[in-house]
Design a protein around this ligand. Sequence first.
Ligand SMILES: C[S@@+](CC[C@H](N)C(=O)[O-])C[C@H]1O[C@@H](n2cnc3c(N)ncnc32)[C@H](O)[C@@H]1O
Length: 146
Amino acid sequence: MTVLDMGCGPGFFTIEMAQMVGRSGKVIAADMQDGMLRIVKEKVAGMELENRIQLHKCEEQRIGVTQPVDFVLLFYMVHEVPDRRHFFKEIHSIVKPDGKVLIVEPPVHVSKSAFEETVSIAADAGFAVVERPKMVFSRGVVLRKG
Ligand SMILES: C[S@@+](CC[C@H](N)C(=O)[O-])C[C@H]1O[C@@H](n2cnc3c(N)ncnc32)[C@H](O)[C@@H]1O
């Protein structure tokens, strides 16, 4: 699989996902902060999975990933995006048909209604809800590209 860790931060999930995709897979670790991408680069330097990880610098209003992906992780990042409608349209253009997206948000910053608004924006962009996993201290939803 090719997966996108969107808003990867310091790469906590990037490394986990690079282990999960195996030798033939790829993780695109994308963030708008050079400092975060530098941390990921330094963390994985010399690791066996280094060549499975491709770093990508985003603009705040443009993801800019052109390679189609099977899965997108949006962990604790959607609430930081200024224009969610534009964001999910772009995510939709990147995800392969039948590909999935996992959104996880912190309840401290994202109320139930704000989270549902995000789910509705994602639905307008062409995603269907497939699962609402129960998570401790987080709100989560799995979407599929329709
Ligand atoms: C709270 S951190 C979460 C990091 C990581 N996903 C994790 O859970 O460990 C949010 C990250 O999303 C990035 N981010 C926020 N808005 C973004 C945008 N519009 N485009 C790209 N990255 C963004 C920030 O730079 C930051 O590194």
